[in-house]
Design a binder for this molecule. Structure first.
Ligand code: SF4
Length: 409
């Protein structure tokens, strides 16, 4: 192995910080197995119990109407488009109730930037869900929605955050990060806020007691250096959260790690959108990036891979590249599915993926606290209803007249 790469890998595996330049070198030049071993060493030191977590939640979309027209998005419809829709509150609550019946602990309420939806809409949405189902954690929306609602209502970002937090929002999703550096972001989402602004909203939320996740969408034509720049921008903001006492990067705090709790890279899906035909990230690129992320983020507690976009085999392999969490079963997901993500799973399969990778599966809550550790296969859950579904507007033959849980074919 190249002596310089060897030395960086060793330092990172031992818990030392690596620079963005070193991360780029590892990403492009480190041997695949060496990279994975170093990332796995970090994972083992953080989580010596060998537990890999998963979550049961449902992504519920309140509207597909959006004024932001991101080029990679297959989910949205422009205002007045005949396929635009918004769910009434009863439908949203009905879906929350179904999710709870199936063992969900969290809902992710996600939707477009509807021109009429200001802070008041989200206050009603979150308070209605909390009132009906106080046991459900609301991990929802992202900085883009917060900026949009603040603009519609004419209030500051901080006011919008405080009001939706008071209404019941428990955690902010890492949605809308896409690519944070300016060049690739403008190319795929010219009307979206800048990456710096996205991070500013997250920092404001962290300061006001709302922790979040962070994501990245790979594969729309960004360079390797821009991928590393994306995680550099997030790490810098997390450094601030740690320095100011909003986040505990080292261990699980009693109320969960603050700031960015986890990093979740996923791959762009190329169907039904204006970027159709762009190169996607390969599986190897994805796995290498997952490993580099584990080595680079010495201040973010968890690393989640995206089996939904990369497939279950890659999801399982990622557990050997530093990943400690497989995310959600996603009782319902429509946004990424609209762009072509076809992978589906269920509770038993997800548990099996973790166990056959040599790890101990555990259901977690939003803050990564273990709810059930599946030590003994004989005690594994057997509820076949706990499975992924989609009911997309953009899928061939899809329609939204009736939106029951539609089993994927
Ligand atoms: S990704 Fe979000 S903001 Fe962009 S067009 Fe789709 S729904 Fe709108």
């Amino acid at each position: 192995m190249n002596a310089e790469i060897d030395s960086i890998l060793q330092r990172a595996a031992d818990g030392g910080r690596i620079t963005p330049e070193e991360a780029l070198l590892l990403y492009t030049d480190a041997p695949f197995h060496g990279l994975g071993e170093a990332a796995d060493a970090v994972r083992r030191r953080r989580y010596p119990d060998g537990i890999v977590t998963y979550l049961i939640d449902r992504n519920i979309n309140y509207t597909n109407v959006c004024v932001t027209a991101c080029k990679f998005c297959a989910f949205y419809r422009a205002p007045k488009h005949q396929e635009g829709w918004s769910h009434p509150m009863e439908e949203i609550l009905h879906r929350c109730g179904e999710a709870l019946d199936l063992g969900a602990t969290q809902v992710m309420l996600q939707g477009g930037h509807h021109p009429d939806y200001g802070v008041e809409y989200y206050e009603t949405l979150f308070s209605s869900v909390k009132q009906a189902y106080p046991q459900l954690v609301i991990h929802s929306i992202g900085p883009s929605e917060i900026l949009h609602m603040a603009k519609v209502s004419g209030v500051s970002i901080e006011d919008a955050i405080l009001r939706i937090k008071a209404a019941g929002l428990d955690s902010i999703a890492g949605a809308g990060a896409e690519m944070l550096p300016d060049r690739p972001r403008k190319a795929i989402a010219p009307l979206k806020e800048s990456g710096a602004r996205w991070l500013e909203v997250m920092a404001t939320a962290h300061r006001n007691g709302l922790s979040s996740t962070a994501t990245m969408m790979m594969g729309t034509g960004e360079t390797n250096a821009e991928r590393i720049e994306h995680i550099r921008m997030i790490r810098d903001v997390q450094d601030l959260a740690v320095a100011n006492g909003y986040a505990d990067s080292a261990v699980e705090a009693a109320d969960g790690p603050g700031g960015f709790r986890s990093f979740i890279p996923w791959t762009y899906q190329p169907e039904n959108n204006h970027l159709k035909g762009r190169t996607q990230a390969t599986r190897i690129e994805y796995l290498r990036f997952v490993a580099v992320s584990r080595l680079f983020f010495d201040n973010v507690a968890h690393l989640q891979s995206s089996w939904l976009t990369t497939g279950k085999d890659v999801g399982q392999l990622s557990l050997h590249m530093g990943v400690d969490d497989l995310g959600s079963i996603m009782l319902e997901e429509n946004v990424i599915s609209s762009a072509g993500a076809r992978h589906r799973s269920n509770l038993m399969e997800l548990i099996s993926m973790i166990r056959t990778a040599g790890r101990t599966p555990a259901q977690r809550d939003t803050l990564y606290r273990h709810l059930t550790v599946h030590e003994n296969p004989a005690d594994d859950p057997t509820d076949e209803r706990v499975a992924s579904h989609f009911s997309s507007t953009a899928m061939p033959g899809g329609g939204r007249k009736n939106l029951p849980l539609v089993e994927a074919s």
